[in-house]
Design a protein around this ligand. Sequence first.
Ligand SMILES: O=C(O)CCC(=O)C(=O)O
Length: 194
Amino acid sequence: MTSNWRWLPNSLGMLAVDDVLPNALCQAILAKHPEWYEEAASIHRDADTTVDQAVRSTRVLTPPKETKHEIQQCLTNLVPQLQDHFAVDLERVEKAQVLRYGVGDKFRKHRDGSADPETKGQLFRKVSLVLAISETNAYAGGDFVIFPESIDLHGRGCVVRIPSGGLLAFRADLQHEVTEVTNGERFSVVSWAR
Ligand SMILES: O=C(O)CCC(=O)C(=O)O
């Protein structure tokens, strides 16, 4: 898909980029994930990390180290562009999570962190990175919805359909959600630059 999915996020100050993850890598994740260990994804709450499936229900996959390395390299290569776009200094990109959402899975509206220097520990994050592995027609529901502060959408948010391999980057304090998957499986990669 080479549509203009990037137009809306870019016009709202986010950064949308096609083909950040090579197609062969996305296909390898989709084909090989059944062999990989997976566990319930956690959230940060107060100073703790906890699993709360009413808030975040998805599985974190554990790809082999070469695959992890390839993903991490794709994200690290983006740092100059992210620094430029968001006018921030970035020291590193956190270890990426490869996520699998089955039917019923979702991540309720949340913020990933904040660049406020008062923010301690894991939640000190400047830029959130979301990359699609699946094509958007591989599942139903599972919409990625962003709630920009710059326009009044009466609380509704904008759905951004990131094509396979594409990246959406946005300030880590922007609210967003993944709606419940109602059919199929949805795979994505998330990370955060700090
Ligand atoms: O899986 C996604 O597309 C995004 C997940 C998300 O919002 C997050 O992990 O913070």
